[in-house]
Every structure is written in C-alpha cells, then in structure tokens.
Design a protein around this ligand. Structure first.
Ligand SMILES: [Zn+2]
Length: 419
C-alpha cells in the first residue's frame, strides 16, 4: 500500500492524505495512519490525476526536429514518408516509443493513445514501463512499413487485440484518414470494429485535406466517416481543425469524441482547432500532442496552455477556455479507460504530484490557474500509474533512462543527429 501525506488535492481544494491499495485510490482523508505503507511526503505538492495524451505517434521521436517550418504536405512527402520507409522497423518503434513514454511520464502523463506501425512493440514498451495506453496499427490502402495493405492491417489489429488487450492496454482500430483509405476499406474497418472497439482516425486536419476529400468523394471527411459507419460513440477524431456546423452536429449526434492537437496544428500552419465551439455543442474533448516530429515535444501542460491561448485569440475573448475547463480536458481519460482521471475513492491510482516550490510557482492562490499558466512539466515530481510508483522525486524507478536515450541517439546517428 502507498500513503501520500499532506498533499493538496486540487479537485477537492484542500490538504489530504491519500491511501492507495493495489491499483485503486482506497481512501482520501484529512489524516490517515498506516504503519506498513510505502509513504511519500507530499508537503508543498499538488495532487492531480495523471494527464492523458490522447493522440500521438510515439516512435516519431526519432524524427524530432529533423524538418521544421514546412507545411503539412511538404513535411510529410519530402521528409517524413521517405525517412519512415527507410528507418521504421520493430527495433526503432520499441526504442523510440520507450523514449516518448519516459518523456510523457516526466511531464505527468499517465496514459496515451498511439497510432503507428509495429504496435506490438509499443505494447511491449508500455508493459515494461508500466504505462496505460491505447494502441492502434495504422491502416492505409498502400504498403506501410508493417503491412502490405489495409486488409493485412485489419487482421493484424484483430490479432493484436487477442494478444495484448488488458486492463492497462486497449487495442483500437486506427484507420489513418478518409484520404488514405477508400470507402470500401473504411467500411471493412467499421464492420470489424462493430462500434464496440475504439476507433481512432485523423479527420479534417487541414483545408487541403477537406478539399481533396470533397473532390474525390463529394463529402467532408466527417460525412464520409458517418456514411461508412465509423462515426459512433467509440470514435476518437484527431484534429478537426476544418469542420463546419453540419460536421459538428454529426459528431454530436454520433456521440464521437474529438482529440485536439493545437500545437501541431499551429506549427504546421493548419489553423486553430475551435474546440470551445465543439464543447458548447456538448462534444467530448480530449487533448493530444500528435507526434514529437510535428510538435516537437510531448508536454500536455504546454499543450493545454497553447490550446487555451489560441482559442482566446480565435474568440477575441479572455473568458473562454478557462483554467478549470482546460484541466478537465487534460485529465479526460475516463471514456477510454473507465474509472480514471479523478482523484476520488474507487478510481484507479493514476496520479501525479506537482511541486509548488519552484520559483515560477510562488505564490499560489489558484492551483488550476497555476497548472495552466505558470507551471510547466518540469514541475512534475512524482508519477504513480495503476498504483505503481513509476517516477519519484524526478527519478525513474527501475528504468534505465540513460540506456533509453543512448539507444535512440544510436539510431539517430544515421540521420545525422549531432547529439
Ligand atoms: Zn496524428
């Protein structure tokens, strides 16, 4: 059992002790005594649910900073796709995903949803580190680094599900997008997922994408997803920068969720995701960083701040996307994993301690405000996932951080990395 002493529980707005038994928050009270507990003194620390990075491509850390300041199509076609064809393999996905997982944990993130190739290696890395996640083998109509075509990726997803699905790891269908898959393939995926398996898909990321889909299929990407049976309450739509009022109504009616990726969208010059309007429609909003090749980090605190500021600019109003709303979006993992994302008795023990002691934290009146506007991921001190201490006082427990960095640097030498 773990006992966290004297912590400030942000959602309860007060100081409490927290008792964790197995993987569950067993008790939260003003004073808890426990003789045989592993005790963590948390004076001067905030306790928050672990953040959820709900859209990413973990292994793309190999390409971090390789090509920047380019628009999406040139970035993809001239740099990412050729390098993926050359360097993406099982070993690369395992090593680079592991680096990304450590980066996320250091920033207080406890769970993720990943879409890439060789996802069995992402499952292996997550299992070794003790991270919660959703994996999804990227499905496209052409040959990918791991599969010859969409059919092969669909059957691979089914075997991944049989092999890896657990309380910690969910397996999703991951159709890449409506412009890289025919409607026939999309329908096959809808049939296989049968509304009971999580579907993650890129949708309406750029104006170019929407124009291409309108030209080829006569509908918007959201309309196409609706027509093929992929818009339902187990669907997670990544991006949704370019959606119109009708798209928004369709998403709302279907009960689908939107995962916003504001920094990637802004960096690639795609636009600002209007999530405040979506939330007004009652759409469930989550947040992701996208891959660290287009962000270029996996820092949810930074992502939340960018999302909030961008939407204030978009609305020309200061009172939209406030600190408490952003906190909810950053910790929104419940629809993916069940009883996570809250510091409450009976919830899974996925939480972070954030130091209130750094220069940028003094003084503190409102923790929600500080988390969004003043603190950064470096202020995260301790992370517990599924009742297991993964990082304590900035030290990973039982994980060789230097080895993880060494392995990725070794791979990056071939691409001309300086360090
Ligand atoms: Zn993406």
């Amino acid at each position: 059992m773990i006992l966290i002493k004297n912590s400030y529980v942000v959602e309860k707005e007060g100081f409490y002790d927290i008792l964790i038994k197995d993987n569950i928050i067993k008790k939260i009270d003003k004073k808890i005594e426990c003789n045989n507990c592993y005790t963590i003194e948390a004076k001067n620390h905030l306790v928050v649910p672990a953040f959820c990075n709900a859209h990413t491509h973990l292994a793309m850390s190999l390409f971090r900073g390789l090509a920047d300041d380019l628009n999406l199509m040139s970035w993809l076609n001239d740099y990412i796709f050729p390098n993926e064809a050359k360097y993406v393999n099982k070993d690369m996905v395992y090593k680079c995903s592991k680096l990304s997982m450590l980066e996320m944990i250091r920033g207080g993130t406890g769970c993720f949803m990943d879409m890439y190739f060789f996802e069995e290696e992402v499952a292996r890395a997550a299992h070794e580190i003790g991270m919660r996640g959703v994996i999804g083998e990227g499905i496209v109509d052409f040959e990918s680094p791991s599969c010859r075509n969409a059919d092969e990726a669909i059957s691979k997803t089914k075997s991944l599900k049989e092999e890896f699905e657990s309380d910690m790891l969910k397996v999703s269908f991951a159709p890449h997008s409506t412009y890289t898959l025919s409607n026939k393939s999309l329908k096959k995926i809808a049939d296989a997922a049968n509304q009971s398996i999580i579907v993650q898909v890129h949708a309406s990321e750029t104006k170019d994408e929407v124009d291409i889909v309108l030209k080829d299929k006569g509908k918007t990407p959201i309309e196409v997803l609706r027509d093929v049976g992929l818009l339902h309450n187990n669907t997670y739509l990544a991006h949704c920068v370019e959606i119109n009022g009708n798209d928004m109504n369709l998403i709302k009616q279907a009960g689908s969720s939107v995962v916003i990726n504001p920094q990637s969208n802004m960096k690639l010059g795609n636009g600002i995701v209007p999530f405040v309007d979506m939330a007004k429609h009652g759409i469930n909003i989550l947040i992701g960083t996208d891959g660290s090749a287009s962000n270029n980090s996996l820092d949810i605190v930074q992502e939340l701040k960018a999302a909030s500021l961008a939407n204030k600019v978009l609305a020309r109003k200061a009172d939209v996307a406030n600190a408490k709303e952003m906190f909810k979006i950053g910790t929104n993992s419940r629809t993916l994993f069940g009883n996570t994302g809250k510091i409450e008795e009976g919830y899974k023990a996925d939480l972070s301690l954030i130091s209130a002691d750094s220069l940028n934290a003094v003084p503190m009146y409102n923790p929600y405000s500080h988390i969004l506007y003043s603190l950064n991921s470096k202020d995260v001190d301790t992370v517990i996932i599924n009742g297991k201490v993964i990082m304590e006082h900035n030290e990973f427990k039982g994980i060789d951080e230097d080895k993880v960095k060494y392995d990725v640097r070794n791979l990056a030498k071939d691409l001309g990395a300086i360090f």
